[in-house]
Design a binder for this molecule. Sequence first.
Ligand code: GLA
Length: 670
Amino acid sequence: MFIGVDYYPEQWPESRWPEDIRLMKELGVNVVRLAEFGWQLMEPVEGKFDFSLYDRAIDLLTQNGIKIVLGTPTATPPAWLIKKHPEILPVDQNGVTISFGARRHYTVNSEIYREYTKKIVTEMVKHYGQSEHVIGWQTDNEYGHEKSDRSYGEADQKAFQQWLKEKYQTLESLNEAWGTVFWSQTYTQWEQIPVPRKVYQEHNSSLLLDFNRFCADAYTSYNKLQTEILRNFAKEDQFITHNFVYTDQAINQWEMSKDLDLVSFDNYPVWGGLAEPITPAAIAHQHDLCRGTKDGKGFWVMEELSGAQGWSKIGYLPRPGHIKLWTYQAISRGAEAIVYFRWRAAQFGTEEFCHGILDHDGLPKRKFNEVKEIIQSLNKFGDDWISSYYKAEVAAYYDLENAWAWQIQPQSNAFDHKQEFMRYYSPAHRLNAMTDIISKDSNLEGYKAVIVPVYFLTNPAFNEKIRQYAEKGGTVIFSYRSGVKEQNNFVIGETLPGALAEMTGIKIHEYESLQSGQSNKITGKSGSVLEGTESEALIWCDLIEPDTAEVLAEYAGSFYKGTAAITKNQFGKGTVYYIGSAVDEALLHTLYKGIFSEAGVSFTETQNGTELVKRENDGAVYLCVMNHSTENTSALSLPDGKWMDAASDEAFFGEMTLQPLETRVLTKKK
Ligand code: GLA
């Protein structure tokens, strides 16, 4: 198992390198990522390439048995290039050109930039592609991150118009698909079509959706330009990856990963200015997204937080045990390698306060010792653990285009797609039900329940897939505002929930958007699994009229008091639930327990903040037990049998108590 650090030798005197490497060896590091921001160093003058600094660092590292992952340096085009070709710079939707001075200051739609990219990547891979010490390549760094997913300049507009021409072939079909008759927007020439810069009101939502699709395609093609060059010159066994960010941005990780050997991502449970880490479920869902990006294939965490992060504002200081907890959580959910960000906090530049394993003084302290213990433990059982598999019984449906459609039209000022996806994903995580995050192309076979949160922009192929899944006996959980738009982003012309009506057994003749601060109430129907429960109804209320469906809960307020809010429908051999409002965690906890029990989903109730993740192979079961609480101990009832701590060989059975932030991997022979 590879465990290492993100190292920036260029930020330290060469005289320090031997001490760095001595400490890395003491730590047990066996891989280092470097050079992803080193373009100026590798091409100090246009056309003059100089890899000598990285050569010397790589020599020292490899002499000490440390393998190398190299980053192509295209996230930071050098000053000489921008001076010569300022048209490379991206433009924001106000028409303001983004300045040189930080990073990600380029648009992928610049043909000039693509030419310079080809040159630096070609020279770099010609130099390192045959090295036995280089095991992999990371293209660029976090495509689209920090608002760099969309650009609104001349080059982008030209490329967008070309993309539209290829998609729609005729202006007539574009005008029809976008409904441009509205507000006199019909286009009579391709060149009239704008990138969606600032308007007084709001752009046509179909133009905006297509612009996102275009931006994502542009990045996928830009990445492919790099991977093709790398594959031309790199040894077969050098993998190619990209360190993704999953924030509903205009980047299609699923498409892009088709050109990658493996997916990687940067695991930051907390970042600059945040007082607390994000929830355990929020961290977990990123791993599930990553694992789902390449159909369950293991991924690398190319940046695993090891210290307080931040640029001008520093975030929460990870407590003793947090680095281990977040490392184990990542591996339990599919990470096959962990690379800690960063080796040492820099003394200058924008990231002076992005702390690492070592801080500014370069001395090994608490974090160093915690990582050392982690690596020592993983050296005992990590290879077996990562060779086991993660088997989910529950799937949560995530569709990028649906996320974009919601970003474009949130319909309530209280709506946020990520927040609402988590509302329906988290109760499964809270019950420790093994969950995958699937996309519209996923195979639903083998799942006992599929959660389809806020399915606003529908996809006809997935509509049919989920219908057949239910009909054959699957359990489906839809949430509010589902079935509203057909794939081309028009609101359907039939009664809601449209294509989902038969399987949900309901009609929705009216609905209400609730803004921040507004709410209704929902009460559980007596005799139903929700008897005696009540919940706030936030953000949205679908006024449900049951056809064949059973009512599980009703609204308790407003003119629609007594109207159905949550329903359950037998459809074919399956069961389809519809949750018509943004209801609270407690109600969903009760509802999901009932649903999972009926669907035969295995789940384990634990104290809030305690996470269990099971992996298994033919010979053994691995149970990762994690207490995310910094204050409370956690009492656990272990599944039958004698469990051994995979690192310490301590035996556990029956009841066990986890201390705050305590994490263990328990194993049991099959
Ligand atoms: C991101 C980037 C890194 C660095 C870290 C700081 O993940 O990939 O270059 O900026 O954040 O936390």
